[in-house]
Structure formats: structure tokens, C-alpha cells
Write a protein that binds this ligand. Structure first.
Ligand code: HEM
Length: 365
């Protein structure tokens, strides 16, 4: 995608620097970044993002098959304008050293936004939801990065190690989570660990301006909600296919909504059988998650399967959306009414502000 319908400037295809030059420039930047210190009296924050800011590149592209989500902590001693400057310099160095391969989306957690004078909207932690069983060691972050690439887990681990080295002295790694999609023919929707096509209703690249802010000082920015969701694959597989389809509200074989005929058909949430029951069942996942229940608000789900050992498998859920309250509303409905909830358990959680990027691809905050 070269421009969004909202009239954004063309998106940068590549970042400015390449290869060794990027590494050297990044190292120099990190080395010259102001030392973070504790300050008391704060001056007003610097002016907001440049009008040329656009969404971070990862959000405008098709999903690639591997992901690695990295979470970092910012030590409490890092505060004030010097702390903010150090974080900005690190993110610029990170962006240049990655050079678009793998793609990355950077997000800033509520703790970082609270402690540092950054150009970003206020953000609170997500509330608890019924049924959550969150592991604090795998949850929360001051800085989150979702890396996505085509080349497999080794390449992502290598990129993560380079980010860690560059962050040393400012951020400490907190947790990380890898995920992958099954091999999928080009143009087809990948299947999740329950065997259903997952991602069908995601906004296409041309409609993505519904997931980031298009006006105001934070235009081009959005939020990331991360959840590590365990899936009871054996329990779900034991259901007859017809029952599985009622749980999702879509057909297993071709992903079409119940009552529809092709995968891209919009689920008809009003259609009923003569006995009055909904064709797309009342407790089905697509009904409860439908944007129609949220005034049309959309989220981009860049989800991946994780398999971390016997009995520990599920979904690396990463959703990009304008307002985290939208996730909160959907998740409250899912926890209460979604038939899928009997087969899933949320085990970790994090939220962050995804700043827009400047013309050179560097996040602006
Ligand atoms: C393990 C947990 C989950 C699984 C296996 C799962 C799977 C699916 C599948 C198969 C679909 C239908 C195909 C598609 O449009 O992508 C779907 C749709 C959707 N899911 Fe999930 N999902 C999970 C959790 C969640 C959560 C936690 C949320 C948000 C709180 C969510 C939000 C959505 C949305 C917004 C849609 C599109 C609804 C529509 O526009 O028709 N899902 N999901």
C-alpha cells in the first residue's frame, strides 16, 4: 500500500540507512544518547509529532508467517526529559539497525508513558476479565516490540539479540513470546490451532485507517493489545465439526459464515431459522466479536499459534486498534457469552501505545 485513503503521505518502503552503516549509526546514536537521570521539575513536553507521521510499517502490510514479541522494563530511575530522550534515541537506533527486516511495531506501555514526558495519549493497564489466569512474569511491559518476518524463528531471535545488545544500559528484557502460522498458500487465510481459518474479517490494507488515529496530534498512532491465550485443542477436537462451527459461527472447511456461501461473505447476524434461533448462533465467537456490536470499530489481529511444550499451546493474540476500550468491550462480551471461552484461557496480557512513524520510519513520541 502506498497511501491510505485518509491522504497520508506515501509510506516509507525502506528505512534510510542500510546494513553496516545502519549498525554503526545506531551504535553511535545509542552511545551519544543523553544519560537518563531523575529530574523533579518538568518542562512542558516538546512539540507533537510531525505532520508527516504515518503508521508504523508493520501495520500496513500483509501478515508474515513468524512472530516474536519482546517485552522490556524501564528501570524506575529512568525518568524526566533525559529519560525520554534516551528512549527516543534507542528506538531510532533500533529502527535503523533493523532496517525493515524483520518488520517491527513498537509500543510503549502505561508505565513508560506515566513516568516519562512523552508525546502520547494517557494509557491505563487493562482491567481484569472474568476467567483470566495471568502470569505476571509473562505480562506487562514498558516497551513492547512485535517482530514479524518470513525467514523463520532463527532470524527473529538473531534480530532480538541485536535489539537486546543495543538496549543494554537502558532497558532490561522482561519476557518474550514466539509464534508461527502454518504453511499457507498465497492469498489464503491461515488456520489456527483449532483448524479454523483465522483473520478473515481483518481489515484489508486499504481499510486499515480504521485501526489508527487519522486526526489530531497523535494521527498515525494506535494501540497494541497482547494476550497469550491457551487453547484446549484436545477438548475442541473432541466436538463434532458441526458443533465446532456453531462455536465460531463459521464453516471449518472454507471459513464461510454460517448461512453464507463464501469466506468473504459478511456474517448475517439477523438471519433466523423458523424456530427463531439465530443462524449465526447467539453465543458464537463471530457474533460476540462483531464490529456491529461496537459501532463499526475495527481491530487488526496479527495472531499466531504458539506451541511451548506439551499441553502449553495457544494463540499469540496481537491486536492493533485505535482505542484499548474497544478491546475491553469485546473481551468482556467474549468472557461472558462466547462459546469459545470454554476452550480458551488468557494467561498473559500487555497493552501499549503504538506511536506513528516519521518519514524515516522512526517512531515519533
Ligand atoms: C484463542 C482465542 C481465539 C481464537 C482461536 C479466535 C479465532 C477467531 C476466528 C476463527 C475468527 C473468524 C475468522 C476471522 O474473521 O478471523 C475470529 C474472528 C474475530 N475474533 Fe477471534 N479468536 C480468539 C480470541 C479473540 C479475542 C480475545 C478477541 C478480542 C477481544 C477476538 C476478536 C475477534 C474479532 C474482532 C473477529 C472478527 C469478527 C467479525 O468481524 O466477524 N478474538 N476469531
Amino acid at each position: 500500500m502506498h497511501s491510505s485513503p485518509s491522504g497520508h503521505r506515501p509510506l516509507p518502503r525502506r528505512l534510510i540507512l542500510g546494513g553496516a552503516a545502519a549498525l554503526t549509526a545506531g551504535a553511535a546514536l545509542a552511545a551519544t544518547a543523553p544519560r537518563p537521570t531523575r529530574t523533579t521539575a518538568e518542562a512542558p513536553p516538546p512539540p507533537g509529532p510531525a505532520s508527516a507521521a504515518t503508521p508504523q510499517l508493520l501495520l500496513t502490510e500483509r501478515q508474515s508467517p513468524h512472530t516474536l514479541v519482546l517485552a522490556y522494563d524501564l528501570p524506575e530511575a529512568v525518568t524526566g526529559h533525559s529519560g525520554a530522550a534516551a528512549l527516543r534515541a534507542l528506538c531510532a537506533a533500533w529502527t535503523r539497525s533493523l532496517d525493515g527486516n524483520p518488520r517491527a511495531a513498537l509500543a510503549l506501555g502505561p508505565g513508560a508513558l506515566h513516568r516519562l514526558p512523552l508525546n502520547a495519549p494517557a494509557l491505563a493497564e487493562l482491567p481484569p476479565f472474568p476467567g483470566d489466569r495471568l502470569d505476571p512474569a509473562r505480562s506487562g511491559a514498558d516497551v513492547l516490540i512485535q517482530l514479524c518476518g518470513a525467514e523463520g524463528p532463527e532470524r527473529l531471535a538473531e534480530a532480538a539479540a541485536a535489539l537486546d545488545r543495543r538496549a543494554a544500559g537502558l532497558l532490561t528484557p522482561r519476557w518474550r513470546q514466539a509464534g508461527a502460522l502454518p504453511a499457507t498458500a498465497p492469498g489464503e487465510t491461515p488456520r489456527n490451532l483449532f483448524g479454523f481459518k483465522d483473520g478473515t474479517a481483518n481489515p484489508a490494507p486499504a481499510e486499515r485507517d480504521r485501526i489508527w488515529l487519522t486526526e489530531g496530534p497523535y494521527a498515525g498512532g494506535c494501540h497494541l493489545v497482547y494476550r497469550r491465550i491457551a487453547m484446549d485443542t484436545a477438548g475442541f477436537a473432541a466436538l463434532p465439526t458441526e458443533r465446532q462451527e456453531e462455536v465460531f459461527g463459521r464453516r471449518k472447511e472454507d471459513g464461510s459464515p454460517l448461512g453464507g456461501s463464501t469466506e468473504q461473505d459478511e456474517p448475517d447476524l439477523y438471519a433466523k431459522y423458523p424456530d427463531g434461533a439465530y443462524v449465526v448462533p447467539a453465543t458464537s465467537h463471530v457474533r460476540q466479536a462483531s464490529p456491529r456490536q461496537d459501532g463499526g470499530a475495527r481491530m487488526l489481529r496479527l495472531g499466531y499459534g504458539y506451541q511451548d511444550g506439551p499441553g502449553d499451546e495457544g494463540l499469540v493474540f496481537c491486536a492493533y486498534l485505535r482505542d484499548p476500550e474497544h478491546f475491553v468491550r469485546v473481551q468482556r462480551r467474549l468472557a461472558e457469552k462466547d462459546a469459545l471461552s470454554a476452550f480458551t484461557e488468557h494467561r498473559a496480557s500487555a497493552v501499549g501505545w503504538v506511536p506513528p512513524a516519521g518519514p524515516d520510519g522512526v517512531p515519533v513520541f
